[in-house]
Design a protein around this ligand. Structure first.
Ligand code: NAD
Ligand code: MG
Length: 387
């Protein structure tokens, strides 16, 4: 037995974050072990990962997809589970120490919630959990004595920079945004962008949904809400600045005017590893800064006119209650419609605003209510789009 071994449940192991996490785990020597791997439909890759990483459990969430591969090659001590309820079951297992929640969208909420309930440390990539249910999830985490460690690069940067001072000395946090591929586009150019244009992110290589969110800057809106709940900030303590190089991952400004930033090349392996080995820092596979090269770091004010998603993010952070869940679901549905070629790029954010305006705000919703509103907002988007 290795007393230092951390057993990690990787929810969403076939995705962009999941695959990066497995590289971190593979490079960790005997420090990190993948105990659970899960995927929705990419069962071929899931099986390949299971043979390589030898987890105790593999979860194929979509039962129809699970039937497409022959699992007989799985090692004898590895159990195959199917269906979404299996995720909530498996995170409770005594062998699991940390749950890396890397499922995309509101589908990630159930597994994250179950892991908090079970008292497991959370390495949170699924920002949608906090966007939808920030107050409920952070309250439950406090009750269970659970740490929610950020994987999102901006929030990891803030988490690291916050260690430079006392909470009472904090003035504000400054989230950096790459600005996405359309940073300098005119409104006319924005109206004409294609799916392929929007999927070509200048600095980060990520899953499709978050890549579109980066192009609309809805990703930054969701990150404002994520930061508000994760760090218990007032919305006016959160600023956004555009930094096209994605080297400064975010900053903390203190009352005396000092600003502490965290720098590293755009590579998710670093924030993933920090969340998995926290409070320790260990050598790892993440790309490093090359200080023998000239570095240019630029910062521009965020443009709230051309990127109206930012204002929606601030509004949702201020309003709380049901707003985050409605905004998140409306955005997921609108992004899916854009990716399917059914709506233009510039309709995504107005569609979200229209659905938000339609909803009956409640200040203190239950989890069940938020889940119902998630379904309602998706319906509303379809109606809005049909008009
Ligand atoms: P992705 O699309 O590459 O992967 C998503 C994963 O979730 C896959 O393993 C998929 O099988 C699984 N999944 C999808 N739908 C599911 C469902 N209904 N039930 C169960 N599993 C399902 O996404 P990604 O880019 O890796 O992003 C994952 C999460 O991490 C998102 O919440 C995203 O916002 C966040 N995040 C990603 C990055 C990044 O660099 N990719 C950076 C910061 C935060
Ligand atoms: Mg981010």
């Amino acid at each position: 037995m290795n007393p230092q071994l951390t057993n990690v449940a990787v929810l969403g192991s076939t995705g962009s974050i999941g695959r990066n996490a497995l590289e971190v785990i593979a490079a960790s020597g005997n420090r990190l072990q993948a105990t659970v791997l899960s995927a929705y439909s990419n069962v071929e890759l899931l099986l390949e990962q299971a043979l390589r990483y030898r987890p105790r459990f593999v979860v194929a969430v979509d039962p129809a997809a699970a039937g497409k591969v022959d699992w007989s090659a799985l090692p004898k001590d590895c159990t195959l589970l199917t269906g979404s309820a299996a995720l909530a079951e498996v995170v409770r297992h005594a062998e699991v120490d940390v749950v890396l929640t890397a499922i995309v969208g509101s589908a990630g909420l159930a597994g994250t919630w179950a892991a908090i309930e079970a008292g497991k440390t959370i390495a949170l990539a699924n920002k949608e959990t906090l966007v939808m249910a920030g107050p409920l999830a952070t309250t439950l985490a406090k009750e269970r004595g659970v740490a929610i460690l950020p994987v999102d690069s901006e929030h990891s940067a803030i988490f690291q920079a916050l260690q430079a001072g006392r909470r009472s000395e904090l003035r504000r946090i400054i989230l950096t945004a790459s600005g996405g591929p359309f940073r300098n586009y005119t409104p006319e150019q924005l109206a004409a962008v294609t799916v392929a244009d929007a999927l070509a992110h200048p600095t980060w290589n990520m899953g499709r949904k978050i890549t579109i969110d980066s192009a609309t800057m809805m990703n930054k809106a969701l990150e404002i809400i994520e930061a508000r709940w994760l760090f218990d900030l007032k919305p006016d303590e959160i600023s956004v600045v555009v930094h096209p190089q994605s080297i400064v991952h975010s900053m903390v400004e203190w009352v005396d005017g000092s600003v502490i930033a965290q720098l590293s090349p755009p590579d998710m392996k670093l924030p993933i590893q920090y969340a998995l080995t926290y409070p320790e820092r260990v050598p790892g596979p993440a790309a490093r800064m090359d200080w023998s090269q000239t570095q240019r770091l630029e910062f521009f004010p965020a443009d709230f006119q051309r990127f109206p998603a930012l204002e929606l993010g601030l509004e949702a952070a201020r309003a709380g209650g049901t707003t985050g869940a409605v905004l998140n679901a409306a955005n997921e549905a609108a992004v899916a419609q854009f990716l399917a070629g059914e709506i233009p790029f510039t309709d995504i954010v107005p569609a979200c605003r229209a659905v938000l305006a339609q909803h009956n705000f409640e200040p203190q919703p239950t989890l069940e209510r938020l889940i119902a509103l998630d379904a309602w907002a998706r319906q509303e988007i379809s109606t809005w789009i049909c008009h």
